[in-house]
Ligand binder design. Structure first.
Ligand SMILES: Cc1cc2nc3c(=O)[nH]c(=O)nc-3n(C[C@H](O)[C@H](O)[C@H](O)COP(=O)(O)OP(=O)(O)OC[C@H]3O[C@@H](n4cnc5c(N)ncnc54)[C@H](O)[C@@H]3O)c2cc1C
Length: 480
């Protein structure tokens, strides 16, 4: 997509027109240090001629229609927690500045429909707001990620977010019955039907989910809800190896079926980082094992989750798949177990990674990948530490590389591209993906071109050109 040939800088009259349309709350000139132009890891800044905050779908449609006519670029922005820079459009020499379109004023719960196991929320509702709306309806919206207090539904769907309960409930894509969106010409796609079955041709919902703002602006979504569990059982287990962890996963699922909602693999490096930087989060097993698994099962009242999980773990011990285990005996202990898992990213940030990788492989290949990647990284960057943790039940690893003790990450700046290449080549060779959860954004455009299937890439470009011929929607994201 050639940014410069098709896009135009907004004229002063164009911006004045938006001020008139949206009022002072809806059309803002960005401050030099505007937080909406930064990203969670502070790697680079975005730029915008104006930040627009439409308060309704109709206002969004009018903004997009005017931009399409004038060739002005739009970068959609929800919570700004994306980790691949999709929500920021940096200034490019000679490039036409565009608008940042924030969804934060579209923040209403439009409909609560427990009888349909659904809620309809606008794009600016935070993920935790959507969970609360589900709770008020007596149901569960099971998508859960560490950034849920800030991430908003528009961004969560546009990145097809994953998180902690994918094993049981699927990713964002699986939790949406329909979307409403403004397409790149300013037309409104009214797709908020509360239907589980609707075979009527191409499903625009699935094109827009995961499109990272390149095919339009999602303005609202009908979310799929589930019954709220009444009983939980949560355990930390020491396992001899990642292979044993996978066998244990299958054993626990055979016995407990779909009640298993989380199965997290954690390496000791992450626990060492916690001890140093988040000492309140303490692993319940002593000594801390090289590999541990945090698993949780949940179901309705009377389902005897605790007894069933304990019996499954007993079988795991007997099969040599578990060396030690702690089962949470109270809600407070359950929260403490989860605090360990959920604090790992915070400790990681404090240590400072040389290179982060959000990769996935078929579950059967995860252990092979771990065995191959460690020595390859040690050969390229001796002494570095690897913190490997993630959602084993989804084959998704956060495989992060840290400096040798006492050395700053800057020492490895020249090695970063090689480390990334090693990890991504290996994951590709194991039939995996270089981006499991976080998307492509602007950070992984090169990887998509390198590892993406050529036919898929050609189809993506054709879809983009057909729906957005001037390339106004989030230029630079996905395609570069
Ligand atoms: C601490 C932390 C933990 C995280 N944990 C996870 C995790 O476990 N799993 C996971 O998947 N991700 C995780 N993330 C990444 C991030 O939170 C998710 O990608 C989230 O879904 C992004 O939502 P957002 O509202 O912040 O989107 P933004 O960052 O605002 O935008 C993300 C992308 O979506 C586009 N977009 C935003 N709104 C719209 C819209 N209305 N219409 C069209 N396009 C739009 C943007 O242009 C951009 O390309 C984590 C991030 C942090 C900081």
């Amino acid at each position: 997509m050639n940014d410069m040939s098709r896009l135009a800088a907004p004229s002063a009259a164009f911006l004045d027109g938006l001020r008139e349309l949206l009022g002072p709350k809806g059309a803002q000139d960005p401050e030099p240090e505007d937080p909406r132009l930064s990203e969670p890891r502070d790697r680079w800044r975005g730029s915008a001629a104006m930040i627009v905050r439409p308060a309704s779908t109709e206002e969004t449609a009018e903004v997009v229609r005017r931009c399409a006519e004038a060739g002005v670029a739009i970068t959609p922005y929800s919570g700004g927690t994306g980790l691949v820079g999709g929500q920021l459009r940096p200034e490019t020499p000679g490039g036409a500045p565009g608008l940042l379109l924030s969804t934060d004023r579209m923040n209403r719960v439009r409909l609560s429909a427990p009888e349909d196991d659904a809620v309809v929320v606008e794009a600016g509702v935070t993920l935790s707001g959507a969970q609360e709306a589900a709770e008020k309806a007596g149901r569960l919206f099971p998508l859960s990620i560490a950034s849920e207090g800030t991430a908003r539904i528009g961004g969560v769907l546009s990145t097809n977010a994953g998180g902690l309960a994918v094993l049981r409930y699927g990713m964002a894509r699986d939790l949406v019955l329909g979307v409403e969106a403004v397409l790149p010409d300013g037309s409104i796609h009214h797709g908020l039907k509360l239907l589980r079955k609707n075979n009527t041709g191409y499903d625009l919902r699935h094109l827009l989910i995961g499109a990272e703002g390149t095919l339009g602006v999602i303005t609202a979504a009908a979310l799929r809800l589930y019954p709220r569990p009444a009983e939980w059982a949560t355990a930390f287990c020491a396992v001899p190896s990642p292979d044993a962890a996978l066998e244990l996963l299958h054993l626990v699922r055979e016995r407990m079926g779909e009640t298993v909602s989380a199965f997290e693999l954690i390496h000791k490096t992450g626990i060492d980082f916690l001890a140093e930087h988040v000492p309140d989060a303490r692993h319940p097993l002593d000594p801390v094992p090289e590999w541990s698994v945090l698993t949780e099962a949940a179901s309705g009242a009377g389902s005897e989750m605790q007894a069933r999980l304990e019996a499954a773990l007993e079988a795991g011990f007997e099969a040599g798949l578990i060396e030690d285990a702690a089962v949470a005996q109270s809600e407070a202990q359950r929260a403490a177990f989860w605090q360990v898992r959920e604090s790992i990213p915070e400790a990681n940030r404090k240590v400072g990674a040389v290179s982060n990788h959000d990769v996935s492989a078929p579950m059967s290949k995860v252990a092979d990948f771990i065995r191959a990647a460690g020595p390859a990284i040690e050969a390229a960057a001796p002494g570095t530490r690897i913190n490997c943790f993630g959602h084993l039940g989804d084959g998704n690893l956060h495989y992060n590389v840290y400096p040798a003790p006492g050395r700053p990450k800057e020492d490895y700046d020249n090695l970063r591209p090689e480390i990334k290449r090693i990890v991504h080549d290996l994951i590709d060779a194991h039939g995996g993906s270089f981006s499991a959860e976080h998307g492509i954004g602007r950070l992984k455009v090169g990887e998509l071109a390198r590892y993406g299937d050529p036919a898929k890439l050609a189809a993506m470009r054709a879809i983009k050109a057909a729906l957005d011929p001037r390339g106004i929607m989030n230029p630079g994201a996905l395609f570069g």
